[in-house]
Every structure is written in structure tokens, then in C-alpha cells.
Design a protein around this ligand. Structure first.
Ligand code: UD1
Length: 427
């Protein structure tokens, strides 16, 4: 298995292109199930998760073709067409690798009137149920059965009537599934306390481009008037605010000065505020966002929350950065339990972090030291890379497949910024 070797100490500088957002792409791709016409997605990141999702969609008879991808380009263009669905079953061996596979449930049900999806796997960040996905679909009129590790959803009489659902807690994936199910319902549906992450807005924008009728886009109250059919569309995936935030933390911990080309400040306001509170300069510049730091980081108190709060997907990277702050920071993780798996690994690199339940206290240290480390999820892996960039000596981050799920050509991007990061085979 590949690993990443980082020789720390280089100050990052230069410009790095921000890729298309993984989490937006993973909800835009299944929209192709909703129409027999072609859907073309531009700026799709080249990631293992996207390849996996493409493979899953092929399983249902969707044809996919990729255009205009020269090896040196970041991103690519994919055209998907579901002229006729040949299957409505998402099998275990595909779904277990990627939790986002559950996002085919809503659109399959809407298009075909039935769907059978294996219960998902994905990142090991705590217990991640799908009860809210199922409750929302039930509220729209679906009949749901659970058997032998599979969810079977059926729309009585071939189509969902539509309905009203109020989420007891904010769920990104359940909001996405519900939206994709409701757009082809016979009647009007409403969602209350819906997630309003920028990726949800991206999903709504594609659905509207395909002919869907959605009111309240960007708010937590959505009204979806079902339409009889949707048509094809060409759509540009939004920039990845989490990738951008990750490179921002890397720049800050090295006392660097970088430009995140293509990043949108409005999507990453909470991350920008956290960085500013830590003493980092964050400013909108032409075509992106500039991050600059003199390496003198201040401790901060942070708590993750649904958007527009601080993204849980930024917690590990900010924690790595705060390991070198001049004092103690307090981080609280409110979205997922068990999302501090990077803490023992950071401590092995010389960090001083204590956890108690959902809270982590990060006592700033003067110096981190290179070590061999590994993480069990995507963002945790990135936090170890960030620590390695500032550490004295060499670090090796194992289990690179986590990073390949969510960071497009990471070592090339870090090389653009002057970091000494190398991918090598063998583990
Ligand atoms: C998405 C993102 C993930 C991010 C997370 C929170 C994708 C592919 N993944 O994951 O990167 O960390 O949002 O911003 O977009 N929950 C339930 N029942 C459900 C669904 C969720 O209890 O049916 C709980 C979860 O356990 C968690 C919380 O709700 O505690 C939020 O999860 P959710 O927003 O659904 O995360 P995902 O959509 O899985």
C-alpha cells in the first residue's frame, strides 16, 4: 500500500488550485438517475470516491463517459445518461466501501418506484445511522422494509405522493436523499430543519437546471413541487470548501502565504473566522482566497455545528494547526461521536492533546516531531499530513487510500506550494 513521506519545515507559498467538491459531486452524480437525458458534470474531482460512485451508477445501467481529461489537468468532465434503468439494486460489495452510496435511494425510488440498497459503510467516524433518510422518504409516501442488511423502498402505485417532514436533527445526506425523491413526486413536499450546506445549494441548483421546482433554496425550509419529468443539464461542481480549508491550515501551521485558486470565501466563512481568531490572515483576492501567517498562532475555542457553523470536516485539520498555538485551545465536536481518532497519532508526533467525551483540549507545544502515523478516516489523515509539514524531521502517513478518497493529487498540490511531500509504494 502507498504511503506519504513528508519532510517537514518548509514554509508553504504559491498558488494551489481548489478542486471540485467531493461532497457536492457525490450528490450531483445520482441526479443522473432522475432523467433519461444526459447530465454533464464539469469540474468533477479525480478521486477514488467518485470512481466508486461511477461504478455504482453503471450497475443501474447508467452510461458514463469522461471527456477532456489530460493527465496534467485537475478535474474532469463526466456525462451520465440513464436512458433505461436495468437494475434498482445497490449491492453490498459496492455500498460498503462508501457511505454516500445511500444517496441513490431517493432518486432510484423517484424514477423507478422502487429501490433496494445495502446498508452503508464508509468512514469509521462513529455510529452513522440512516433512520432520517428513511423517515423522510416514508413521510413522502414510501413503504420501507429492512431485511438481510438491505433497505427496500417502494412507491405505492409507482410514484410518491409527496408529504411533509421535519428533521429532528440536521442531516446533510438525509436532506439530499429527500430532495432527490421529492422532485418527481406527484404532489408538493416540504422539508423543515433541512441541512443548508453549500453542497445542498449546489444540489438544488442542478435539480432546478433539470426542471425541478424548489422554493427556499439555501434555507432550512424547502418546498418541492413535484414535476412529471426532469430533463438533462450541464452543471459545474462547486469548489471544495473543505479541501480549501485543509490547505489553509497547512499554510498557517508552516507560517506560509498561499492563494487558494477558485475557493469561494462565502462558503467557508466559519473556517475563515476560526483561522482569523488564531491570528491567520484570510482575505478574498481576485480568483480565490489568500491565507498568510507569520507562524505565531493564537489558541482558540471552537465548536463544530451544521452549516453555517464550523464544519465537522474541518475539525481535525484545525486541531493539527492548533498543536503549535501559543496556549490551550478547546475544540468541541457536536456532529459525530468518535471523531478524535487522530488525537493519539498527533500526540505521537509530540502534540499535547487531551480528550474528554466530545471535547478536546489542545495544549500548544513549541515543536512537533516526525513519526510514522496512520489514520482511520479521511480528514484525520489530512490532519496528520498538516502536522507533518510543520514537524521536525520525517513523517510517514500510512493508509493513503483515505486521502485518495477525498484529496485530488495531494502530493502534486503540496509540491506546487513548495512542500517536501512524496508518495511511495509499499507499507
Ligand atoms: C455528510 C458529509 C460528511 C460530513 C457530514 C456532516 C457527504 C458525502 N458527507 O455526511 O463529509 O462530515 O455530512 O457535515 O456529503 N444522522 C442520524 N440519522 C440519519 C442521518 C444522520 O442520526 O439518518 C446523524 C449522524 O450520525 C450525525 C449527524 O446526523 O451525527 C449528521 O450526519 P449527516 O449530516 O447525515 O452526515 P452525512 O450526510 O453522512
Amino acid at each position: 500500500m502507498d504511503k506519504i513521506i513528508i519532510r517537514g519545515g518548509n514554509r508553504l507559498s504559491g498558488t494551489v488550485p481548489v478542486s471540485g467538491a467531493k461532497n457536492a459531486a457525490l450528490t450531483l452524480l445520482p441526479c443522473a438517475l432522475l432523467t433519461d437525458e444526459p447530465v454533464t458534470l464539469r469540474n468533477l474531482p479525480r478521486l477514488a470516491d467518485i470512481d466508486g460512485f461511477q461504478h455504482l451508477l453503471n450497475q443501474f445501467g447508467i452510461s458514463t463517459s469522461i471527456a477532456g481529461a489530460r493527465p496534467e489537468d485537475f478535474g474532469r468532465v463526466m456525462t451520465l445518461q440513464a436512458t433505461r434503468l436495468t437494475s434498482t439494486v445497490a449491492p453490498y460489495d459496492l455500498v460498503r466501501k462508501m457511505r454516500a452510496s445511500i444517496l441513490v435511494l431517493g432518486p432510484l425510488l423517484a424514477r423507478a418506484g422502487e429501490a433496494t440498497v445495502s446498508l452503508p459503510g464508509g468512514c469509521a467516524i462513529g455510529n452513522r445511522p440512516i433512520d432520517l433518510h428513511l423517515k423522510a422518504l416514508e413521510a413522502f409516501g414510501a413503504k420501507i422494509e429492512l431485511a438481510a442488511g438491505y433497505v427496500r423502498a417502494i412507491a405505492p402505485d409507482g410514484g410518491l405522493p409527496g408529504g411533509d417532514y421535519s428533521f429532528p436533527l440536521v442531516s446533510v445526506g438525509a436532506t439530499e436523499n429527500a430532495l432527490m425523491a421529492a422532485v418527481l413526486a406527484r404532489g408538493t413536499s416540504t422539508l423543515h430543519n433541512a441541512a443548508r450546506e453549500p453542497e445542498i445549494v449546489d444540489l438544488c441548483n442542478l435539480l432546478v437546471a433539470m426542471g425541478a421546482e424548489i422554493e427556499g433554496i439555501g434555507s432550512s425550509d424547502l418546498t418541492i413541487h413535484g414535476v412529471q419529468r426532469l430533463h438533462g443539464a450541464t452543471y459545474m461542481v462547486m469548489p471544495d470548501r473543505i479541501e480549501a480549508g485543509s490547505y489553509a491550515c497547512a499554510a498557517a501551521i508552516t507560517g506560509g502565504d498561499i492563494t487558494l485558486a477558485g475557493a469561494r470565501m462565502e462558503d467557508m466563512a466559519a473556517t475563515a473566522q476560526a483561522l482569523r481568531d488564531a491570528g491567520v490572515l484570510v482575505e478574498a483576492v481576485r480568483g480565490g482566497v489568500r491565507i498568510a501567517s507569520d507562524g505565531d498562532l493564537r489558541p482558540v475555542t471552537l465548536s463544530t455545528a451544521p452549516y453555517p457553523g464550523l464544519a465537522t470536516d474541518m475539525q481535525a485539520q484545525l486541531m493539527a494547526m492548533l498543536c503549535l498555538a501559543g496556549g490551550s485551545s478547546v475544540l468541541t465536536e457536536t456532529i459525530f461521536e468518535n471523531r478524535y481518532m487522530h488525537v493519539p497519532e498527533l500526540n505521537r508526533m509530540g502534540a499535547h492533546i487531551e480528550t474528554k467525551g466530545r471535547t478536546a483540549i489542545v495544549h500548544g507545544v513549541r515543536q512537533l516531531h516526525g513519526a510514522e502515523v496512520m489514520a482511520t478516516d479521511l480528514r484525520a489523515s489530512m490532519s496528520l499530513v498538516i502536522a507533518g509539514l510543520a514537524a521536525e524531521g520525517e513523517s510517514q502517513v500510512h493508509r493513503l487510500y483515505h486521502l485518495d478518497r477525498g484529496y485530488e493529487r495531494l502530493e502534486e498540490k503540496f509540491a506546487l506550494l513548495g512542500a517536501d511531500v512524496e508518495r511511495v509504494g509499499g507499507d
